[in-house]
Design a protein around this ligand. Structure first.
Ligand SMILES: [Zn+2]
Length: 70
């Protein structure tokens, strides 16, 4: 006799829709920016998403975002 108490398989959480936190807009202009660190040894590549409605700029560090901009 097998008692299966395991919870149902959870599928990977879907990506949350990217929406502007101010105006809830979902259209963004994409820009890249490179920012030198304080000591000039490294530079950080940033992804900028600019809300086309209210012009809020969202910054994403290049790398591990759940959002795939390419
Ligand atoms: Zn906005």
């Amino acid at each position: 006799m097998v008692i299966d108490n395991s919870p149902p398989e959870e599928s990977a959480a879907p990506e949350p829709p990217l929406a502007c936190p101010i105006c809830r807009g979902t259209e963004f202009e994409r820009q890249e920016s490179r920012q030198d660190s304080m000591w000039g040894l490294t530079s950080h590549k940033m992804r900028l998403l600019i809300c086309t409605r209210c012009r809020l700029v969202l910054h994403f560090y290049e790398g591990n975002s759940i959002f795939d901009f390419d």
